[in-house]
Design a protein around this ligand. Structure first.
Ligand code: SF4
Length: 343
């Protein structure tokens, strides 16, 4: 997480992106009570007993027809929660990051002795402790591994490299702060990341047509405020960015403040090059295009809920989205009851 602060300062992103931030139209701010921010009155479905959708439900459009939404909201099909490799890894990564931030906040109070060797030791210590505490989910990962990259050892290595990289950022920041004339301030002051539920809960205005309770993974409560998500998988996907745009609109509608920046802290758990990597932070401006992307996903989602029949199935099972999405979906056996196995 410390890489966020260091990059923020080094790149001076706020200044760099001032022009694009200034170009964000007031029409696309969450506090605008008119169209296109307000959910159109046609979607009165919300008032007829179907609870408003959450930001995640709207933005997560991997089921390209939104049949999953229809099944859950209109037909109230429960589906089978499947514990996939990705879901177990996602929970482990979330826990690792939250613990890492607390651990590093402690270390950053006395960073004087941080040299390369010490960093190696501390990263190893933290990772070993974490892996020991999470033996059961790691064993579950082993039993669900489908490829070489899905071995728990690979994930453990990725986590350790991330811990090491983050720790190097504390060290670098500390030593930079010793240089006379440098503008650096200790990262723990410059990057107040909040993970706790109370700080990250967002209660949007009802005009957005979004459920009352939305929780991004973290918020940097500073000037500027930055909304962040921890994600893992093969690649960064558009819905990752649309999710943050949705949270930004929700936050703007609740607080009347502008949210201009988002971060995805991304773990590439399946590296095609087989090279060992570490988590990367992806900063971006939540510009009009992303805002429109989220709003059009919202319109699509509510339009789907107004249909008389559920959206069609994906008939062609060779389609990439069938393999990538359906076989991991909790409605798989409902949608494809005659298919044996999930591959
Ligand atoms: S199984 Fe496929 S078509 Fe059915 S809801 Fe899931 S993703 Fe959509």
């Amino acid at each position: 997480m410390y890489q966020l602060g260091t990059k923020w300062k080094l790149w001076n992103l706020q200044q760099l992106s001032q022009e694009i931030v200034d170009s964000i139209s007031p029409l696309y701010r969450g506090y605008n009570l008119e169209s296109p921010i307000s959910l159109a009155a046609d979607f009165s479905y919300v008032e007829e007993g179907v609870k408003p959708l959450s930001v995640e439900q709207i933005a997560h459009d991997e089921c390209s027809t939104r049949r999953d939404l229809y099944l859950s909201k209109r037909l109230r099909v429960g589906g089978e929660e499947t514990t996939t490799w990705g879901r177990i890894a996602g929970v482990l990564i979330d826990d690792f990051c939250k613990g890492l931030t607390i651990y590093f906040h402690g270390l950053a109070e006395h960073p004087e002795g941080l040299n390369y060797q010490k960093i190696e030791e501390l990263a190893q210590q933290y990772t070993d402790k974490f892996l020991c505490k999470h033996k059961t989910p790691l064993n579950n990962l082993k039993s669900r591994a489908r490829t070489e990259e899905e071995q728990p050892e690979y994930l453990a290595y990725l986590l350790k490299q991330t811990a090491k990289y983050e720790l190097i950022m504390i060290g670098a920041d500390f030593y930079s702060s010793q240089v006379p004339g440098q503008q650096f301030v200790p990262l723990m002051q410059s990057i107040p990341i909040h993970f706790d539920k109370k700080s990250v809960q967002i209660h949007p205005g009802t005009h957005l047509g979004i459920s009352d309770n939305n929780t991004p993974d973290f918020i940097i409560i500073d000037d500027p405020i930055v909304i962040g998500e921890i994600k893992s998988g093969n690649i960064l996907l558009p819905h990752h960015l649309h999710t943050i745009a949705g949270y930004a609109l929700a936050y703007e509608s609740e607080h009347g403040a502008d949210i201009n920046f988002g971060i995805v802290y991304f773990f590439q758990t399946h590296s095609t090059s087989k090279e060992k990597n570490f988590a990367q932070s992806y900063f971006f401006v939540i510009g009009d295009i992303l805002r429109k992307g989220f709003l059009s996903a919202r319109e699509e989602a509510y339009k789907t809920l107004l249909m008389d029949l559920p959206p069609m199935l994906l008939r062609d099972k060779s389609e990439e989205s069938y393999k990538r999405t359906c076989t991991y979906c909790k409605y798989f056996s409902y949608c494809y009851p005659t298919t044996n196995g999930k591959s």
